[in-house]
Design a protein around this ligand. Structure first.
Ligand code: SF4
Length: 243
């Protein structure tokens, strides 16, 4: 069963508690969501080709046609081995059937990290056995401009907690405290003690400004009243011009 990609490249992780660790990034096409702040609009387009950094860390790319099968993808990834593999997108769980069939044969040798919007629990269940670290978003409607996903997030976290997991919540000036309270309650109930990351929004698409420091402090203090491990970690790759 083939799949559709956007790119394969190496860089430093630019978000969350693994910030700064070198990783290989495997970016899949497609995302059914539409966050106002989305920094990967390429996810919404169909790509006839995908690009592979050749050789790794060179910032030079070679193109290959989509779709790609698992055996060829494994060969393309070999030069990137020796570091964490970040499976990202878009929403990689929209390719869950491909991942469920391909990941058990990959034998990566280092941890496999899944970056996901956290709204497709049934898809996560198909692949969780092959994932080591789950980087799970929780989507606040006041920040994303979409509906809430509380039931999906709760079910997702019940599956993700089998492995190392942390939750990232993008926050902006209009963040609604009742929504943040709901996200905190889900973490308290399903996986207390995991890292809970407040990620100040990076201006993109329909979002023109990040969150003021005083508001960020308020959201941190609010979260810290209920959760043990709360951190504020911004995206650093846009600041550094990294991929
Ligand atoms: S879930 Fe991620 S890829 Fe999809 S729209 Fe939101 S930010 Fe963009």
């Amino acid at each position: 069963m083939p799949t559709n990609l956007i790119e394969i490249f190496s860089s430093f992780q630019g978000e969350g508690p693994h910030l700064g660790e070198p990783m290989a990034f495997l970016r899949f096409q497609d995302c059914a969501l539409s966050c106002k702040f989305c920094d990967t609009p390429a996810s919404f387009e169909k790509h006839a080709d995908f690009r592979v950094e050749t050789p790794p860390q060179s910032a030079r790319f070679q193109s290959y046609p989509n779709p790609v099968d698992g055996e060829f993808l494994t060969r393309l990834l070999q030069p990137f081995s020796g570091q964490i593999l970040s499976i990202t997108g878009g929403e990689p769980l929209q390719q869950a059937d491909f991942l469920a069939a391909w990941l058990p044969d990959l034998a990566w040798g280092d941890p496999v990290l899944l970056e996901t919007s956290g709204v497709f629990p049934a898809a996560l269940a198909k692949v969780i056995a092959s994932i080591d670290i789950v980087s799970m978003d929780m989507k606040l409607p006041s920040v994303t401009g979409m509906r809430s996903y509380w039931n999906e997030h709760a079910e997702f976290l019940r599956i993700a907690r089998q492995k190392q997991v942390y939750v990232k919540v993008v926050v902006s000036k209009p963040t609604d405290l009742d929504e943040l309270r709901e996200a905190i309650a889900i973490v308290e109930r399903e996986a207390p003690g995991i890292p809970f990351i407040l990620q100040p929004v990076t201006p993109a698409r329909e979002v023109g400004e990040t969150i003021p420091e005083a508001r960020l402090r308020e959201l941190y203090d609010f979260s810290k009243q209920r959760l043990a491990d709360v951190r504020v970690i911004p995206q650093v790759h846009p600041m550094l011009g990294l991929l």
